[in-house]
Design a binder for this molecule. Structure first.
Ligand code: SF4
Length: 479
């Protein structure tokens, strides 16, 4: 245990230089395994054992101050917060921190910050989960889904946790006082429930017998199609998924989908790749949700790197949550515009498989509301004007019917609405450049570039042919 190690002087030998010893390169994740020097001599067998990782997790400010540099003011502030909030960081996850960087994205997520004491309008239960709770521990909000809170324990306490009133706050769980049997009965008694989100805390931190109880009971309810396990264990303690007994239980529940929670590309490691592969090989689909967090992943390059890394380990990006207004997490919150700015740089630029849905979880229990940049620019009775990721504006006629608009001399988007022009394309377009080169090599198919499309071909064959010509001759209008 940590205390024994402390007594045996395991921390005493760390020098100031060793606070800066974690080096990080720009390699694409999963990269190479990393270890803080404190644990460099721990035998691999122990390092790979989740029990050892749990037993040696950093759980106090006293331990933290031996491992990371803090100012006296910071130490005093986080010392005061210790009485209120729990702390747990397994050595594996701690080793991902660049100790020299006070704003390191892994550190921000896991290490207590003095900023947690500043709260203005944030709430204890920002999503009103407890008000939509017909049975303690169950939140029934959507028609066919329920959330089931099964534990208050997590392998690492995320400083921005929406449910910190139950997980991170000391004694918070007692207020929930859920009843396992009543939760299962509620699902059994409501045939409209198709999808159960088993959450917490982290359900993969439950004792195996308890996890089995939940999963096997839910499996045996005929109207339940999906059991979704929301977990950060693959992120913070992937060694737990080396355990065949746990994998057997998950597999035997048959209906399990895993909902992972990765927020930063540096969280995708060889250990994580191994854990996710084990789950996928046991037939469990893996979807990820991330939280948009200031200083952690609120820039396009980081988000793209994270999404690519997730695909590389066959985890499908699913949701990007706007950070909830929970007490003590205000410093993580960005504007909505930041989320839209990131989404604008994803859709069309990356594989659709990599694009999460950006959602705000609404106050007053309104549930998830998706947000995205505007792709419909204008509309008329005849058509809509759509925008693609390049900034191309295109007239799209959904129904095959004669136009009702009498053309009037005009320009720009209005021309598209009138149908005298069918698209406005940015001059700098890699796609059109590729097309030009392709057409140059196929002169027989090429059409002269031009803007205007006339409506004098009424014959359907001629119209189809016109469509083909249009594809070949997209105009270049905008700078
Ligand atoms: S693992 Fe999930 S429930 Fe636990 S602290 Fe992190 S976000 Fe909250």
């Amino acid at each position: 245990m940590f205390d024994n190690e402390e007594r045996s002087g395991l921390y005493g030998h760390l020098t100031a230089r060793q606070h800066e010893c974690c080096t990080f390169d720009d390699e694409e994740p999963p990269g190479k395994p990393k270890r803080h020097p404190l644990w460099r001599k721990v035998p691999k067998r122990q390092w790979d054992d989740w029990r050892w990782q749990s037993q040696n997790a950093i759980r106090s400010v006293r331990q933290l101050r031996e491992l990371l540099p803090f100012s006296p003011e910071e130490l005093e502030a986080i010392g005061a917060l210790e009485a209120e909030y729990k702390l747990a960081i397994p050595p594996y996850y701690f080793s991902l921190i660049n100790c020299a960087d006070p704003n390191d994205p892994i550190r921000l997520q896991s290490v207590t910050s003095p900023l947690e004491a500043n709260s203005s309008f944030e709430l204890e239960d920002p999503l009103d989960e407890d008000k939509d709770s017909p049975v303690p521990g169950i939140t029934h909000r959507y028609p066919d889904r329920v959330l089931m809170v099964t534990t208050h324990v997590c392998t690492m306490y995320c400083r921005f946790c929406t449910r910190k009133r139950a997980t991170m706050v000391r004694g918070g769980w007692d207020a929930i006082s859920r009843n396992d049997e009543r939760m299962i009965e509620y699902v059994r008694d409501h045939p409209q429930i198709r999808d159960v989100v088993v959450s917490g805390g982290d359900p993969l931190s439950l004792p195996t017998a308890k996890l089995k109880y939940f999963l096997h009971n839910l499996r045996d309810i005929p109207h339940v199609d999906v059991i979704r396990i929301g977990t950060r264990v693959p992120t913070t303690l992937p060694q737990k998924l080396y355990d065949p007994e746990l994998l057997d239980i998950l597999e035997s529940a048959e209906k399990v989908w895993i909902q992972t929670h990765f927020n930063h590309p540096r969280e995708i490691t060889p250990e994580v790749a191994r854990a996710c592969k084990s789950l996928a090989m046991r037939g469990m689909p893996l979807n990820n949700h991330s939280v948009l967090l200031k200083g952690v992943n609120d820039d396009l390059a980081t988000m793209r790197q994270l999404l690519r890394a997730l695909l590389r380990i066959k985890v499908r990006p699913y949701y990007l949550f706007h950070c909830d207004p929970v007490i003590g997490a205000g410093h993580f919150r960005t504007s909505i515009w930041k989320g839209l700015e990131i989404l604008e740089g994803l859709r069309g630029h990356m594989s659709g498989l990599a694009i999460p849905t950006y959602v705000v979880d609404s106050p007053h229990g309104g549930g998830k509301i998706p947000l995205m940049p505007n792709y419909m620019v204008s509309a008329s009775d005849d058509c809509v004007i759509l925008r693609n990721y390049e900034g191309m504006l295109v007239r799209y006629q959904a129904e095959d019917k004669p136009t009702t608009i009498r053309p009037t001399a005009n320009r720009g988007v209005s021309q598209l609405i009138q149908g005298t022009q069918t698209a406005i394309v940015p001059k700098e377009s890699e796609r059109l450049e590729r097309r030009r080169q392709y057409l140059q090599n196929k002169p027989a198919q090429a059409e002269p570039a031009g803007c205007s499309e006339t409506r004098d071909e009424e014959d359907p064959t001629a119209r189809r042919s016109r469509g083909r010509k249009l594809v070949a001759s997209l105009p270049v209008v905008a700078e």
